[in-house]
Design a protein around this ligand. Structure first.
Ligand code: F6P
Length: 343
């Protein structure tokens, strides 16, 4: 077979491990040929590809980012997108495409599969918000980085008797915030799943002060909204091809209000893309590798229109159509655990 492989949406640690696994399994076990598609769906629209050999995927397991490049191009937003993709699939003689991405990339893969283009999906995102899988790769690295940042902010907060607001990524869900908040001992965690009142946050900070704690750590996901508000805090009103605005800055709004209401000096750190860069953790390398091998096997078994998934610690697969338009919210049991340590 000739298999195309692409990475779409925001990058994350572990993408190269997945590319390597799909390629190694396809070439070595299934005697197939693998074609790397550059920059997500853009590469299939423009016919921008490279052959992937065992040589080209050697030495990439531990490297962050993606050797194929990525983009937020949505093929369904281009009037002749599907037709151009079909033409390029024919031109490069691809029998199937493995799409590695988040809800947007995999949603497009599901739609293209319905149009008769054989697709297999691999879920990735630092946000960990894809339904049907217990985890996505990239997430473990992101929470490791965020926890390290919280630890570092902890010592300086304590020395200066300050409130530290730490804004982490998480557009629709607060997985990074809740996990790094629990791991880093946050005194308050704000997640998009639970709209919040700023007064409640200030009360927690004041409660800590009454208990003799002169510093507080407030972890906030970029996608949180004030109770009653429908608006995100955004950096830019421009939207990408999937309709997403650029989030970021809610931490400053919260920090200013905490300082105003409590009189405690407050500093804000926005972790931003640091959470997405660099080497994947061992967990993410292993998960990406397991997903990659399973995806190559699905392709060669002719099981198209499916996404590999982690379920009860085993790699299984589910229909791609099952994930379209859905997100996986934070497990409220985890939120309740985080809450035990608030204030
Ligand atoms: O990949 C998802 C995500 O990490 C979101 O949490 C964040 O809002 C977004 O990517 C930012 O991506 P970029 O700035 O690269 O478009």
């Amino acid at each position: 077979m000739r298999i195309g492989i692409l990475t779409g949406g925001g990058d994350c640690p572990g993408l190269n491990a997945a590319i390597r696994a799909v390629t190694r399994r396809s070439i070595d076990t299934h005697e197939s040929t693998v074609v790397g598609v550059h920059n997500g769906w853009a590469g299939l629209l423009h016919g921008d590809t490279e052959p992937l050999s065992l040589y080209s995927i050697s030495g990439i397991l531990h490297r962050g980012g993606t050797i194929l490049g990525t983009s937020r191009t949505n093929p369904l937003k281009h009037p002749d997108g599907i037709q151009r993709i079909m033409e390029n699939i024919r031109k490069f003689e691809l029998d199937a495409v493995v799409a590695i991405g988040g809800e947007d990339t995999l949603g497009a893969a599901a739609a293209l599969n319905n149009q008769g283009i054989p697709m297999v999906g691999i879920p990735k995102t630092i946000d960990n918000d894809i339904v049907g899988t217990e985890s996505t790769f990239g997430f473990d690295t992101a929470i490791t980085i965020a926890t390290d940042a919280i630890d570092r902010l902890h010592t300086t907060a304590e020395s200066h008797h300050r409130v530290m607001v730490i804004e982490v990524m998480g557009r629709h869900t607060g997985w990074i915030a809740i996990m790094s908040g629990i791991a880093g001992g946050a005194d308050c965690v704000l997640i998009p799943e639970i709209p919040f009142e700023i007064d409640e946050v200030c009360q927690l900070v004041e409660q800590r002060k009454r208990r003799g704690k002169t510093f507080s750590l407030v972890v906030v996901a970029e996608g949180v909204k004030l109770k009653g508000s429908v608006d995100y805090v955004i950096q830019d009103t421009k939207v990408d091809e999937f309709g997403h605005v650029r989030l970021g800055g809610i931490g400053h709004v919260i920090g200013a209000e905490i300082e105003k209401q409590t009189g405690i000096e407050t500093r804000v750190t926005i972790l931003g893309h640091i959470q997405r860069g660099g080497s994947p953790t061992a967990y993410d390398r292993v998960l990406a590798t397991r997903f990659g091998v399973a995806a190559a096997d699905l392709v060669h078994a002719g099981e198209f229109g499916r996404m590999v998934a982690l379920r009860a610690a085993k790699i299984e697969s589910i229909p791609l159509s099952d994930i379209v338009g859905k997100i996986r919210p934070v497990d409220m049991e985890l939120y309740e655990i985080a809450k035990v340590f608030f204030g």
